[in-house]
Each structure stands twice: as structure tokens, then as C-alpha cells.
Design a protein around this ligand. Structure first.
Ligand code: PAF
Length: 284
């Protein structure tokens, strides 16, 4: 695996592959890789000849009181995992390489509508940071395909809208959430959890599954959302949001909507966890 840190080196390397007619897939990450990320790399491999992974803890997508400084950075372990997964190129730029004039002074790519609610409302500026850095990575790597995990469901819709609105020539692939044996969604932030918290965290997916089954039983969405937040609180979470939405627009679900996603975010101690379930209701 080639490990590069500068944009020009990466461009030169990828230009050679492209001239040989090789297809390139990109897996953007913030590192602290787990089995979910490795599954993204494997998926990327099935779509392209050359797999490029990036590790960049993007300062632009963290709020002032968030965990930018404490975000787990485990480069040596990450490299070993990527080599084992047959990744071809690893790109780990510095913040200065990506934002030479500072991220506060960078042009902002801001995606309207799908970015405004839920994580967008709870973490102001977060999605501007995500769409801006992902747009830059797309311009640097110029991948044929880019692969993202669907645990960050809203993020995937934000990036999809950016790609459509800006006519970016890349095909996006969303990969279903990987879970541990208990059902907990794999996330780099799980490393903040104590053993007891990991045990308690299962209530998030259990509550989502309960909500999905009540929706299938045609219970009213608003009552389900309220009861779900009550269940999360009694399991030790501080709920941020629990929302039943249209799966593509993320507008609150209406009576006749059949393609739905249930999005949830909740704090366990200081750790903010997110998860979701998509479901299709049979037409009434
Ligand atoms: O999902 C992530 O890890 C990040 O938001 C991403 C897409 C790598 C952008 O920094």
C-alpha cells in the first residue's frame, strides 16, 4: 500500500492508474478504523481496480465544544488494517494541506434542505464541514465510485444531493451499517464507552426496532417518537432526537408515506451515538 500525504503526490499517482484505464474507488474516513470501515474498503474493491482510503480528522465538521482534540487517532493500527484489506493507496493529509488558508477561510459547500434538521440542527455547521471536505476529496481523487456507511444516513443524503446538484461525476455507494453481536452499530466513538455503557448502548437499536414494528402495526408516528424518547431516557440515554421521516427527503413522515427512515441520536454520558432503521410500509 502506498501511503501519501500530499495532494500533488496523490494526483500524480492516480493519474498513472487512470492512464492505464484502471477504475478508482474512494473510501473517505476519519480513521480509528473498525470492521465497518474495512467492509467499506471491501465494497470499494468490488467496484474498482484501485482503492484509495483517506484518513483525515476534518476540523471543519466539528463544533467548538465537540471532540476534535480527543477524537481517537490510531494511524499505525489503521495502516495495518488497510494493508490486510488490500487497500492500494492511503492518503493522510495534514489540516494545512487541505485548508492552507485555514478552514474558517475556505469556500463552503452548503447543501440545503436535507442538511437542516436532526444532526444539522444539533450540530450547526457540521454538514457544511462534511460536504466541503468531501467535495475537496472528490476533486483531489476524482474517483469513479465513492463508498460511505449508511450509519450516517443523513450524511449520505447530504453527499448525494451535493453530487446531484453540482453534477459531480462520481457514483455513490451506501453500505448497510455493520453491528457487533449485541446489535450496537460499529462506530469510532464506541471507543469512548465503558463496558457498562456498551451494554446499555444496545437500547438504541432495540428502541429503533421497537419503533419500526409499531410503525408496521400502523401506530401513529408522533406517539411512537415520544414513547421512544421515554424508553431511551429510562435506559440511561439523554435523547437528542428520535424522528420518523420520509426516507429520501427527511421531512417528517406523512400519513401516506411508505418509504421511511427512523433516525435517532442520543447521548450516553458524554458520547453522542447515532443510528437508524429504514423500512417500507405496505401501502394502506
Ligand atoms: O463519515 C465520516 O467519517 C466523515 O464525516 C467523512 C465522510 C470522512 C468526512 O470527513
Amino acid at each position: 500500500m502506498q501511503h501519501l500525504t500530499q495532494i500533488q503526490q496523490l494526483r500524480d499517482t492516480l493519474a498513472t492508474y487512470r492512464r492505464q484505464g484502471q477504475r478508482i474507488a474512494l473510501v473517505p474516513t476519519m480513521g480509528n478504523l473498525h470492521a465497518g470501515h474495512i467492509h467499506l474498503v471491501e465494497t470499494a474493491r468490488s467496484h474498482a481496480d484501485i482503492v484509495v482510503s483517506t484518513i483525515f480528522v476534518n476540523p471543519m465538521q466539528f463544533g467548538k465544544n465537540e471532540d476534535l482534540d480527543s477524537y481517537p487517532r490510531t494511524l499505525e493500527q489503521d495502516k495495518a488494517k488497510l494493508i490486510a484489506a488490500n487497500c492500494d493507496v492511503l492518503f493522510t493529509p495534514t489540516a494545512n494541506e487541505i485548508y492552507p488558508t485555514g478552514h474558517e477561510n475556505n469556500t463552503v459547500v452548503s447543501v440545503p434542505q436535507v442538511s437542516t434538521r436532526y444532526c444539522g440542527a444539533s450540530r450547526p455547521g457540521h454538514f457544511d464541514g462534511v460536504s466541503t471536505v468531501v467535495c475537496k476529496l472528490f476533486n483531489i481523487v476524482q474517483p469513479d465510485t465513492a463508498v460511505f456507511g449508511l450509519k450516517d444516513y443523513q450524511q449520505f443524503l447530504v453527499i448525494s444531493k451535493m453530487v446531484a446538484d453540482l453534477c459531480l461525476p462520481v457514483t455513490l455507494v451506501g453500505v448497510p451499517t455493520q453491528r457487533d453481536g449485541s446489535g450496537l452499530a460499529l462506530s469510532s466513538r464506541n471507543s469512548y464507552l465503558s463496558e457498562k455503557q456498551k451494554h446499555d448502548a444496545v437500547a438504541l437499536i432495540e428502541t429503533l426496532r421497537w419503533a419500526a414494528s409499531d410503525l408496521l402495526a400502523r401506530k401513529p408516528a408522533h406517539a411512537i417518537e415520544e414513547e421512544a424518547k421515554r424508553r431511551l431516557s429510562s435506559a440511561g440515554f439523554t435523547p437528542d432526537y428520535f424522528a420518523i421521516c420520509h426516507a429520501r427527503t427527511l421531512e417528517p413522515a406523512q400519513q401516506n408515506d411508505v418509504d421511511l427512515v427512523i433516525l435517532a441520536a442520543a447521548y450516553l454520558g458524554k458520547t453522542r451515538l447515532i443510528d437508524n432503521i429504514t423500512l417500507q410500509l405496505p401501502p394502506a
